[in-house]
Design a protein around this ligand. Structure first.
Ligand SMILES: Nc1nc2c(c(=O)[nH]1)N[C@@H](CN(C=O)c1ccc(C(=O)N[C@@H](CCC(=O)O)C(=O)O)cc1)CN2
Length: 296
């Protein structure tokens, strides 16, 4: 039963989120809601999905009540074992500790910091990491520690390997639960992607699967597209092929230059990333193979 550390004897009256996935069969919803009824839980939101492609059943329940986390877990354990569930129990109001990575383009970083400060993103941002210095002043404006980790290709000083080790140290030091690539323009190694599986989100500035990799707006302009877009996805070793969480598109015309596309695209990149981060932090995104189930 995965869930972050928190007092297990506290009542769940501030709200809890239960997420689960298991092989689909009859009786799951009945068993889960019956167990929650045993501890007098009041269910405020419940969604479920039966994936026909993978035969997997997904469920997300929000509830509150007088029981402690331990009491809730104790009534759910038999249900988890009976159905072979992957099950998570989370505090609904707890903010996800998030490390943001950026390079030189600060638009999506600013959107994240502004929304976090405004209270519309249920995250904390204890530290920002960048391979450049351009965005240090933005971090200072928001009062967030900024760590410069340069990456020099094919070098023994500031190599990608050394940079990634420094990042891993920061993830441990700040007890990071989510890494967000906010236009971070370095490809993460396969090992790092594995260590961050399911907890690293990237914003790609195209309507994937079109135009993976670097300079997607240049690719889009060359292709003469009539739609551009942004895609927020989990990071995997396969560049820009991770499970998609959220997308948005913008109409464009033949008369617009590549820079026009860049400017139009920026309007949707930040909003798309913030929705994806919000839903992840609210435990609304579940992995269904290479796809996601989003209970938004
Ligand atoms: N392993 C992964 N790493 C990254 C992913 C990913 O999905 N898997 N997403 C990218 C973001 N990205 C597009 O959204 C992207 C960034 C950078 C590059 C790239 O070719 N970078 C060059 C260096 C460019 C520079 O120094 O300015 C490189 O790494 O050699 C492609 C796509 C983030 N990382």
């Amino acid at each position: 039963m995965s869930s972050p550390s928190s007092p297990t004897t506290a009542a769940t009256d501030q709200g809890m989120v239960l997420t689960l996935s298991c092989p689909n069969q009859k009786g799951i919803v009945h068993a889960v809601t019956g167990a929650l009824l045993e501890v007098e839980a009041d269910i405020t939101e419940s969604q479920q999905f039966d994936s026909p492609d993978t035969g997997t059943f997904f469920m997300r329940v929000e509830f509150h009540g007088p029981a402690t986390r331990d009491q809730v877990q104790s009534v759910l354990d038999p249900v988890r074992e009976r159905f072979g569930m992957e099950l998570g129990l989370w505090e609904a109001t707890r903010r996800t500790r998030t490390l943001v990575m950026c390079s030189k383009d600060g638009r999506t970083l600013n959107d994240l910091l502004f929304q976090q400060r405004a209270g519309t993103l249920p995250i904390e941002i204890p530290v920002i990491v960048s391979n450049h210095l351009e965005l240090q002043s933005m971090a200072s404006f928001y009062g967030v520690p900024f760590v410069h980790i340069p990456v020099v290709k094919d070098s023994t000083i500031n190599s990608k390997e050394q940079a990634e080790q420094r990042l891993i140290d920061l993830v441990r030091q700040y007890e990071i639960e989510l890494v967000v690539l906010a236009r971070y323009m370095q490809v993460l190694s396969d090992d790092l992607c594995r260590s961050l599986e399911g907890r690293a989100i990237n914003i790609h500035h195209s309507f994937l699967p079109s135009f993976k990799g670097a300079r997607p707006y240049h690719q889009a302009h060359d292709r003469g597209v009539k739609l551009i877009g942004a895609t927020a996805h989990y990071v995997t070793a396969d560049l820009d092929e991770g499970p998609i969480i959220e997308q948005e598109v913008q109409r464009v015309t033949h008369a617009q230059t590549t820079q026009d596309l860049v400017n139009r695209g920026r309007e949707v990149e930040g909003a798309t990333l913030c929705r994806a981060v919000r839903w992840h932090a609210q435990h609304r995104v579940l992995l269904d193979g290479h796809r996601t189930v989003v209970f938004n």
